[in-house]
Design a protein around this ligand. Structure first.
Ligand SMILES: [Zn+2]
Length: 432
């Protein structure tokens, strides 16, 4: 028996009484069918309804709804309180019926999650109007639709268009046209046709793919529609209920343009969130929103000036420290020469080492060790003819003390997790 689809007759019905026509399990899922339903099954790019089934003061959550062979299956959560068969996979039909106390012929009250449904209706209808606008303005054809959690996308193809590219300006014009259609509060008319021939009389923006049993959703009049397309989803009765639509971004995708957008309450809450972010930034910068871009650009110039100054100061620091090492090494005893910097970061210590070794050849009997105390880091240098092997020292004395690092004969580095470990390592190196 085919389930009567009451959501098609009245999309605004939030509650309904229905009689159970079957309870079954399939791969651990519990599925119930009814003589009629207000639960929309997944289809046409729209997700299924969620909600509750209530009977004898018991409640079941409906977690999935799908259509198969004319029947609409309602998958329910089976972990009822006190149900001994909760979470047990593979129960027989008889056990399930007993567990629920629900069987064929029982009357239940069904309730859909209206916020979830209305959200779907707003978004789906918004997508229709936007696709219609791209078609009307540019003969752009919607070749793909996705309804995601954070946004929706459509892929617009310009194969039949005089335009060769959808620019941000063109997208914004389609967005404005869409919102005008919303403000006009046009009727959204859903008509069922038995054959493709009959349905083709509608002013369609897209060719029909199925031969029979076709539902056409038209927004506006027959002579001047904002959109008309085959669709089995749920839509509000008037375009005004979509509320608003906002395009977030556009990008090329497989020779088409992918449009990211949202509609209804989701678009509005996103606008609120972004407005709050903008307000916070403008408060922090003590600038009006209209002056933010100018302010940001002057800050970029200012930041670049600071970076340039910092860079030249770094060069002076690196030069002078490298020269200081050179002076200290004159006449020094053979062995390890350790220099610990307690106020210089790791990357500057590395730069000092690089600068020094590039301009001053190390004597064969010296192991040069530069260390950043703040970052518990050390870098070792030796000449290629030296008895010291930097990589081996890090391996033998560094890693055994918890250090992480490595290197080759002439250069190696190691980082410790504590100053005690670094100190211990440097003490060992000094005694080499
Ligand atoms: Zn639709």
């Amino acid at each position: 028996m085919n389930t009567r689809r009451v959501y098609k007759e009245n999309v605004y019905l939030k509650e309904l009484n229905a009689a159970v026509t079957g309870v079954r399990t399939d791969h651990g899922r519990t599925l119930i069918t009814f003589d009629q339903t207000i639960f929309f099954p997944t289809g046409g790019g729209q997700s299924h309804d969620i909600g509750k089934i209530i009977w004898n003061s018991k409640e079941l959550n409906v977690t999935d709804v799908y259509e198969y062979d004319g029947e609409i299956y309602h998958q329910v959560e089976t972990n009822l309180p006190g149900n001994p068969h909760s979470h047990v996979e593979g129960n027989s039909n008889a056990e399930q019926k007993e567990a629920f106390g629900l069987s064929k012929g029982d009357e239940v009250r069904m309730l859909i999650d209206w916020n979830h449904r209305f959200d779907n209706m707003q978004r789906h209808c918004g997508e229709h109007i936007l696709s219609g606008a791209f078609y009307k303005l540019y003969r752009g054809i919607n070749r793909g639709f996705h309804m995601g959690k954070d946004y929706m996308t459509i892929d617009i193809s310009l194969e039949d268009s005089q335009f060769d590219k959808i620019t941000w300006e063109l997208a914004k014009a389609a967005e404005l046209e869409t919102n005008r259609v919303i403000w006009e509060n046009l009727p959204v008319i859903t008509t069922h046709y038995d054959t493709k021939e009959e349905a083709s009389k509608e002013p369609l923006r897209k060719e029909l793919k199925i031969p029979e049993d076709i539902t056409i959703v038209r927004i506006g009049s027959f002579d001047n529609p904002s959109d008309a397309v085959a669709c089995c989803g749920t839509h509000p009765s008037h375009s005004g209920q979509v509320g608003m639509l906002k395009i977030y971004k556009i990008e090329p995708n497989k020779g088409m343009t992918r449009i990211y957008f949202d509609a209804g309450e989701r678009a509005f809450t996103n606008y609120q969130r972004e407005f709050d972010i903008l307000t916070e930034i403008s408060n922090k910068l003590s600038a009006g929103k209209d002056d933010l871009l100018d302010k940001f650009q002057s800050m970029e110039v200012h930041t670049q000036g600071i970076k340039d100054k910092l860079h030249s100061l770094e060069r002076i620091l690196v030069d002078s420290r490298a020269e200081a090492i050179n002076s200290s090494l004159i006449g020094v005893e053979p062995g390890a020469f350790v220099k610990v910097y307690d106020d210089i970061a790791k990357d500057i210590v590395q730069a000092i080492g690089r600068h020094f070794t590039k301009s001053h050849p190390l004597s064969d009997d010296i192991l040069l060790v530069l260390s950043s105390w703040t970052e518990t880091f050390a870098i070792l240098y030796a000449s290629s003819a030296s008895k010291f092997h930097c990589g081996d020292i890090v391996k033998d004395l560094g890693r055994s003390r918890g250090g992480k690092g490595g290197g080759n004969k002439t250069s190696a580095q190691v980082t410790f997790s504590s100053s005690e470990e670094l100190n211990d390592f440097l003490r060992q190196v000094k005694s080499l």
